[in-house]
Design a protein around this ligand. Structure first.
Ligand SMILES: Cc1cc2nc3c(=O)[nH]c(=O)nc-3n(C[C@H](O)[C@H](O)[C@H](O)COP(=O)(O)OP(=O)(O)OC[C@H]3O[C@@H](n4cnc5c(N)ncnc54)[C@H](O)[C@@H]3O)c2cc1C
Ligand code: FES
Length: 353
């Protein structure tokens, strides 16, 4: 039998004493306690969290970035709040990605465990008060963004003119099914359809098939003139935009999977990354996302979405040329804030870290 030894991350002594005197305090900001958890689908769980400090006002559909420690390293991941502003407890629903670090943390976590939490940020929202039809389109864990809108509309008693189309492979992977069916039974003006790509449909609210032009008549509401919010993997939201552009009055999308970054095909020569605040200099391969390069060097700079969305990894650049890996654009200008997760060095860089 083999055992792995992992050392806890280094902390100054005053962090330890302050944490003892004020449970819930963290040098990384606000924290939350894991109160309880329950299965939401075959591969998903809902977690209820109690924040140490109240969050500032937020909107349904906004995200929270959680910080956690696994094997002595700190990680951050973002999740959409599925509880409503004003509720005492915060809720998130997490699909456990095989081999994922948060999934691994969750497998070991006990009730009472503490995480750091950001203030809520970003999020999809409806913006056209005059739209008579609002259509939510969700695939996989993108359902959390849609569910936040459904719950907010239900709480206001405004489900009329709202429709939800939700794609999963198998029925057992679908979250919130009972709640959605109960809402549909109670409010006939709320229309919901579950699209299955791997199971056969069994009831009136189910249909089969991937999102493509031929499936549009099966949507629970016509996209013509509708305001559409879509959330899911990058390929899914791209298809929503391609199919409904021209028909919908407005489309807003969000993807939970990292964007495809244009990484070099062969390893590039090393450059020097100077970290101004800590006075360190690292030799890193040009063309590698700076966040990944810093993590490979054992550092844990603040970050959230790893997709260029949340801005939590933004860092001032004092000198050097960097590349935006999403579109290959080159940025020689100094005193620009770059996002570590989607930027790579093109020359030696000096950044404010
Ligand atoms: C704004 C935002 C909101 C989000 N909201 C939610 C939410 O409400 N519920 C939820 O379950 N997730 C949500 N996510 C995704 C979540 O932040 C994590 O990326 C996801 O839980 C995987 O984290 P991990 O640490 O377990 O996996 P990681 O250790 O990051 O990744 C492990 C492996 O899984 C792959 N992978 C990573 N993320 C995904 C993914 N989303 N789908 C498929 N494969 C993936 C990676 O390529 C990698 O190979 C959101 C992401 C963003 C940016
Ligand atoms: S981690 Fe969110 S923008 Fe980089």
């Amino acid at each position: 039998m083999s055992a792995t030894l992992s050392l806890p991350p280094f902390r100054p002594a005053w962090h330890y004493w302050r944490g003892l005197l004020q449970p819930g305090w963290s040098p990384y900001g606000n924290t939350a306690r894991l109160l309880r958890r329950a299965p939401a689908a075959v591969d998903s769980e809902t977690l209820w969290l109690k924040p140490f400090r109240r969050l500032r006002d937020w909107q349904p559909g906004q995200h929270l970035t959680l910080g956690f420690e696994l094997d002595g390293r700190r990680f951050q991941r973002s999740f959409t709040l599925v509880s409503l502003p004003g509720e005492r407890e915060l809720a998130i629903t997490v699909r456990k990605v095989a081999g994922g670090r948060f999934a691994e943390w969750l497998a070991r976590a006990r009730d009472g465990e503490r995480l750091t939490i950001s203030e809520p940020w970003g999020g999809l929202r409806f913006a056209l008060p005059q739209a008579s039809q609002r259509l939510l389109m969700a695939a996989g864990s993108g359902i959390t963004a849609a569910m936040a809108q459904v719950r907010a509309a239900a709480a206001r008693g405004q489900l009329a003119g709202l429709a939800l189309a939700y794609w999963v492979r198998e029925r057992a992977e679908a979250c919130f099914l009972e709640e959605l069916q109960a809402l549909q039974a109670r409010f006939p003006d709320f229309r919901f359809r579950l699209f299955l790509t791997g199971d056969a449909p069994q009831s009136a609210h189910e249909a089969a098939g991937r999102l493509e032009a031929g499936l549009l008549p099966a949507l629970p509401a016509s996209p013509e003139g509708a305001e559409v919010l879509a959330c899911g993997p990058a390929g899914f939201v791209a298809r929503v935009e391609a199919l409904l552009r021209g028909a919908a009055a407005r489309i807003a999308t969000e993807s939970f999977t990292p964007p495809l970054l244009r990484l070099p095909e062969a390893p590039e020569a090393n450059v020097t990354l100077h970290l101004r605040r800590s006075g360190r200099a690292l030799s890193i391969p040009a063309g590698t996302p700076l966040l990944a390069a810093l993590e490979a060097a054992g550092l844990s700079p603040p970050h959230g979405c790893r997709q260029g969305l949340c801005g939590r990894c933004a860092c001032a650049k004092a000198e050097g040329v960097h590349l935006d890996l999403r579109d290959d654009s080159v940025h020689p200008e100094a005193s620009t804030a770059l996002k570590l997760c989607i930027s790579a060095a093109r020359s030696d860089l000096v950044i404010d870290l």
